[in-house]
Design a protein around this ligand. Structure first.
Ligand SMILES: Nc1ncnc2c1ncn2[C@@H]1O[C@H](COP(=O)(O)OP(=O)(O)OP(=O)(O)O)[C@@H](O)[C@H]1O
Ligand SMILES: [Mg+2]
Length: 249
């Protein structure tokens, strides 16, 4: 009896593991597919946009002082808006394009501390309490420091934006297990409901008035670029917990 329960437990644990791996594979595939679509559309939009800009510049130089009615103003409007579209495309491309990484070996704890330093003032201003549960054993990882700081910063800024002023608790945890290094960022904000959970990494998904919805897309891009895994656990009303898993070096 005891051995069959043991076997069953082992089987459940194996299934859990396989399920987790499948989900991670799916999210990586989804990211790649989204990135491909985004890059194709961006490329297709850029060509006619360049033509529009060239035509407007030509018209502006032909008019040169001899403006008819509000034509100069309207041409300026076309120019400004096509510049804006160009910028949006650049942001989208940057958030989904893998780049060449300049690896260096760093302790995970130091990486988190250096990232936190970048938002120190906002933390103080919002009276956010930071709780560190850092691994005592050395947890070293090979990362592109600048890129990885951007990845973590996006997660920390979201946490900051989600928490109540004066009531926020940001928990940072690191630990090593099975040749991997885990970095956990947890907040006590309102959390994310089940429907939104699968969308937060998608480009342009945002619930904020002034949000671009590209922060977590960029983060996922950087983590996948490092052959790492990022996962999110959250329930409405119970805060959010992001776990980043990277190969130990
Ligand atoms: N810690 C969090 N708590 C609650 N909701 C979150 C948290 N992190 C992310 N979200 C949700 O995920 C959405 C997407 O986040 P993401 O960082 O990609 O974009 P954003 O913060 O809206 O805009 P930006 O591009 O400026 O970062 C957020 O708008 C928010 O709804
Ligand atoms: Mg954000």
């Amino acid at each position: 009896m005891k051995t069959s329960i043991k076997k069953l437990k082992k089987r459940i644990a194996d299934l859990d593991k396989a399920n987790k791996e499948l989900m991670q594979m799916r999210s990586a595939e989804k990211f790649e597919a989204t990135g491909r679509i985004a890059r194709t559309i961006a490329h297709e939009i850029r060509n006619p946009l360049t033509n529009i800009n060239l035509a407007v510049e030509q018209l502006q130089s032909e008019l040169d002082g001899n403006t008819v009615g509000s034509s100069e103003q309207l041409l300026g409007m076309i120019h400004r808006n096509s510049d804006r579209i160009n910028l949006l495309i650049t942001d989208l491309l940057n958030s989904t394009k893998f780049s060449d990484l300049r690896y260096q070996e760093v302790p995970a704890n130091m990486l988190l501390d250096q990232t936190l330093e970048l938002v120190k003032d906002r933390m103080l201003l919002n009276r956010i309490q930071v709780v560190r549960h850092y691994s005592e054993a050395e947890c070293r990882i090979s990362v592109d420091l600048q890129r990885m700081k951007i990845a973590l910063l996006n997660v920390i800024v979201n946490a900051l934006e989600a928490m109540e002023q004066g009531d926020g608790v940001l928990e940072l945890r690191t630990y090593a297990a099975g040749g991997k290094c885990f970095l956990v960022i947890r907040d006590n904000g309102p959390g994310i409901d089940e429907n939104a959970l699968s969308k937060v990494f998608e480009p342009y998904y945002t619930s904020k008035v002034a949000g671009a919805g590209l922060g977590l897309t960029t983060t996922q891009n950087i983590i996948l670029n490092h052959h790492g895994v990022i996962s999110l656990e959250s329930k409405k009303g119970e805060g959010a917990r992001f776990t980043i898993e990277l190969e130990s070096s």
